[in-house]
Design a binder for this molecule. Structure first.
Ligand code: QV4
Ligand code: CA
Length: 482
């Protein structure tokens, strides 16, 4: 369950938070496929409770009312189309699977597909689930429980969300059927929402009953779904990520927390010389790495000052480091703009999501940030693809916040997060020639719109990064030679 089954040469997925299926299909064909993206995490595709009383917050999608594939993002026909069109251009789809719970208790009780619920009876007729399918006696997780009581974290309600009992055969079957339905439609794997709140033994049974990936959609025969479990483990809790790595991959929340600290100058970049397990991170193949996710970019989930699109220069620095460094499997966040941390995506008065518009400079409009379309970000996806399995070599630092390293003889990257300029002759490990920096510009045809770097026959080049430059990163790779 730890192989994302990317198409050959691809390495990176992006979370297209709250995007509609038709728009994702277009985005695969016009941008993600051609730019070398490996996959997409989509918002939960199953029917959720409609919560008008809170102006249709983004988090209504984390309150399932059935496993029918009908949401604000689209219906089952649109879903199947998206998966097929994305797979056809080498981009995989990973589903955010909400299997720990159903809805909370609300006055409204209708779903995005018209299904209803009877909260007082734990009744979800469109599955169907009833009282016996939920943990009993009823209890709600409190903050203290995380420190002491794994049984309460797993058998009580997370934020009042009705807690399914995955220990029963019936519940397991409903969940497995839902996930196998998605596999039959061609998805490549799953994010397991709230995995910490389920027993590892129950998850193992569920994972082992999943079908192999659909060979008709280009997967090799015998391929198991890629699974990454959402377990927030920043240390100090009764439940550890290590209980889940024997099953499948795990979200590595320490990754973005530490890099956000460093790129906000609360730690020096030079200490990143042994980034990886030396920092207490998960083993590389176990880790789904990211800087921000849809929760912590808006103060939900794990706390801490996480970098987001709102601090663009530092954020692009942290993202570039993540994509330049070989540890783990990276995931990018693609956001809609927000100030209200509860607000849902751009929508019209009827609650329909408004599609992103695409500007001539590749950026998005209509309230969508589209970090994945920022040149400094998509160019580093190409850098990572080019670097492949090469190691970090020739680490250099100035004893402070200026660092540089090579990826074998495929790529070279430098960072300047100091208050003074970087002007150094550094070893790039690349063959002699002219290269185009993919951060300050890009190579288009035979011209370079960014900084031109000349690598000598000894592999060395003169590298400049002003402290007031628009970006703090410089990156060249074998794919940008001229
Ligand atoms: C409220 C009260 C409760 C009360 C309940 C009574 O707060 O104390 O018991 O009413 O019904 C929303 C509201 C929340 C409300 C709840 C139930 O914010 O106030 O409870 O609904 O109706 C997202 C949001 C939550 C949201 C939830 C469901 O973050 O705010 O709750 O969706 O709509 C821990 C977990 C981790 C989790 C993280 C947020 O270990 O697993 O918290 N992360 C994942 C997702 C996240 C999602 C969920 C889990 C739940 O990434 O987006 O929560 O599916 O760290
Ligand atoms: Ca639970």
């Amino acid at each position: 369950y730890k192989n994302p089954h990317y198409a050959s040469g691809r390495t990176t997925m992006v979370h297209l938070f709250e995007w509609k299926w038709d728009d994702i299909a277009d985005e695969c064909e016009r941008f993600l496929g051609p730019r070398g993206y490996g996959g997409i995490q989509i918002s939960p595709p199953n029917e959720n409770l409609v919560i008008w009383s809170r102006q249709r917050p983004w988090w209504e999608r984390y309150q399932p009312i059935s496993y029918r594939l009908i949401t604000r993002s689209g219906n089952e026909v649109q879903f199947a189309n998206m998966v097929r069109r994305c797979n056809a251009v080498g981009v995989r789809i990973y589903v955010d699977a909400i299997i720990n719970h159903m809805t909370g208790t609300w006055n409204e009780n209708t779903g995005t597909g018209g299904s209803t619920a009877n909260f007082g009876q734990w009744g979800y007729p469109a599955v169907p689930y009833g009282r016996n399918d939920f943990n009993f006696p009823h209890c709600v997780i409190s903050g203290n429980d995380y420190g002491c009581c794994p049984d309460r974290v797993r058998n009580c309600e997370l934020s009042g969300l009705k807690d399914l009992n995955q220990g029963t055969e019936y519940v397991r079957t409903q969940i497995v059927n839902y996930m196998n339905h998605l596999i039959s439609l061609g998805v490549a794997g799953f994010r397991i929402d709230a995995a910490k709140h389920m027993w590892p033994g129950d998850l193992r049974v569920i994972f082992d009953r999943l079908h192999n990936l659909n060979t008709a959609q280009g997967f090799p025969s015998g391929a198991r779904p890629y699974i990454y479990q959402e377990v927030i483990d920043l240390g100090g809790e009764a439940i550890s990520r290590d209980e889940y790595t024997p099953l499948a991959a795990v979200t590595e929340f320490k990754y973005g927390m530490e890099l956000s600290r460093a790129f906000q100058r609360n730690n020096q970049l030079r200490w990143l010389h042994n980034w990886g397990v030396g920092w207490g991170l998960l083993a590389s193949n176990d880790a789904l790495n990211f800087i921000d996710n849809h929760d912590n970019q808006r103060g939900h989930g794990a706390g801490g000052a996480i970098l987001t699109y709102k601090q663009a220069k530092q954020y692009k620095g942290a993202i570039a480091f993540m994509l330049a460094h070989p540890h783990g499997w990276p995931q990018l966040m693609s956001s809609f703009a927000f100030t209200d941390t509860e607000a849902g995506p751009p929508m019209d008065n009827s609650g329909n999501i408004i599609s992103p518009s695409i500007n001539s400079d590749n950026s998005c409009g209509n309230g969508w940030i589209c970090e994945h379309r920022w040149r400094q970000i998509y160019s580093m996806v190409a850098f990572r693809n080019q670097a492949g399995s090469t190691a970090v070599t020739n680490w250099w630092d100035n004893g402070s916040n200026q660092i540089a390293f090579c990826r074998g003889n495929q790529g070279f990257v430098a960072f300047n997060n100091d208050y003074w300029d970087l002007n150094q002759t550094l070893q790039t490990c690349l063959p002699a020639g002219n290269y185009c920096d993919v951060i300050s510009g890009e190579k288009s045809g035979s011209t370079c719109t960014g900084k031109r770097i000349t690598v000598g026959s000894d592999g060395r080049a003169s590298i400049s990064l002003g402290s007031n430059d628009y970006d703090m990163v410089l990156a060249i790779h074998a794919g940008t030679a001229s």
